[in-house]
Design a protein around this ligand. Structure first.
Ligand code: G6P
Length: 363
């Protein structure tokens, strides 16, 4: 009913608008004067971890990829991320220094649960990151870090993706702190997390994607690109668009375009570039220029102080300046709202996408 949706047309939109409060709930007790804290992991001796295997499906998998880029930047811990339907049929090597992290909003995804059971047999310690209290994964893992996003009704994950990112950043920071790794950049990231609810409030009250989504709603294909820690955002942006608007969207690390997908580009095939001004900016900008040379239209998401895409991209969506590591967070509401608006304008109900379920409890 309309009341359940607090006056919003769809749960998906309501849940995107709830992101500031959702983040606040994810931060409670975990942001302290001494730094990031995860009481859940007290017994885990994370300072000894040398390898991390992350397993998840769909949107949760994309959150895991962001974690990999983030942690590997600061420490030589090998982080491997796999989709659960692959992980469960591989031969995973676990030793005492390996930590397994399973991410599942619902805590009921069959492939993720089977992956947990599989490595448990090998004696692995398992941390799950879940949203639903009492869900199966919380009983089968050694410890659960709850994302505290509140109930999510919309099939396409939105606020839970944001909270997965928040929890994973805290987890990464907690591991780094435990290993005595900390620097100015991490301190800035940490301070940014603290104020991120307000950053989200600003984004969600000022953003207007009406015109841009009306313009693009009738295209049949999209190419999402990004590099480094912003590549997972490209994957998630394409997934959101596919899930609810049924537009064929594909995502590539921008540097890989030249190895195949650039052959697809022409005026009918827009490029959606995730391109904040970080150390890879010039590289991605080159990839945008190559796409333009094929006459693709370009929509770029970048940070507001960066004006270098004017005249390069056809449409630019700005987000507040953020520390480099944090753009996956600040850009997430943009890709969600873009997909939402397009689905709605195409006349589809984004809360109930065809062929999809909120949690997939069969293989
Ligand atoms: C389904 C949902 C996706 C979700 C995925 C993993 O496919 O439609 O939105 O990302 O499952 O769900 P989980 O609950 O394990 O995070």
């Amino acid at each position: 009913t309309a009341a359940e949706k607090s006056g919003y047309k769809h749960f998906m939109l309501k849940e995107i608008m709830e992101e500031p409060e959702a983040i606040e709930s994810a931060l409670v007790g975990r942001i302290t004067m001494e730094g990031p804290l995860l009481n859940e992991l007290k017994e885990f001796n994370v300072e000894n971890v040398e390898k991390i295997k992350l397993v998840a499906c769909g949107t949760s998998y994309h959150a895991g990829l962001v974690f990999k880029y983030f942690l590997e930047k600061y420490v030589s811990v090998d982080v491997e991320v796999d989709v659960a339907s692959e992980f469960r049929y591989r031969n995973i090597h676990i030793d005492k220094k390996t930590l397994v992290i399973a991410i599942s909003q619902s805590g009921e995804t069959a492939d993720t649960l089977e992956s947990v059971r599989l490595v448990k047999k090998d004696g692995a310690k398992i941390v799950s990151i879940a949203n639903v209290v009492g869900s199966t994964i919380t009983r089968e893992s050694d410890v659960t870090i709850f994302m505290n996003a509140g109930p999510e009704i919309g099939v396409a994950a939105t606020k839970t993706f944001v909270n997965q990112l928040v929890v994973l950043y805290i987890l990464g920071m907690y591991i780094l702190k435990s290993k005595n790794i900390w620097n100015e950049e991490l301190e800035k990231d940490f301070q940014f997390l603290k104020k991120s609810p307000n950053v989200f409030r600003k984004i969600l009250t000022t953003i207007n994607l009406d015109e841009v989504s009306s313009y693009y709603k009738n295209y049949h294909h999209f190419m999402y690109i990004g590099r480094g820690i912003n590549y997972p955002t490209a994957l998630e942006g394409a997934l959101k668009l596919k899930e609810i608007s049924y537009i064929n969207a594909t995502a590539y690390p921008a540097g890989e375009l030249k190895h195949g997908p650039i052959a697809l580009l022409d005026p009918t095939f827009p490029v959606f570039a995730i391109v904040p001004k970080d150390k890879l900016f010039e590289k991605t900008k080159n990839n945008i220029e190559e796409s333009r040379a094929r006459k693709s239209r370009i929509i770029a998401v970048t940070n507001e102080s960066n004006k270098e895409l004017e005249g390069v991209a056809d449409d630019i969506i700005y987000v507040p300046d953020s520390p480099d590591d944090m753009y996956p967070l600040t850009i997430s509401p943009i890709i969600q709202l873009f997909a939402y608006q397009i689905a709605d304008k195409r006349g589809y109900d984004p809360d109930k996408p065809r062929n999809l379920a909120k949690s997939v409890t069969v293989e």
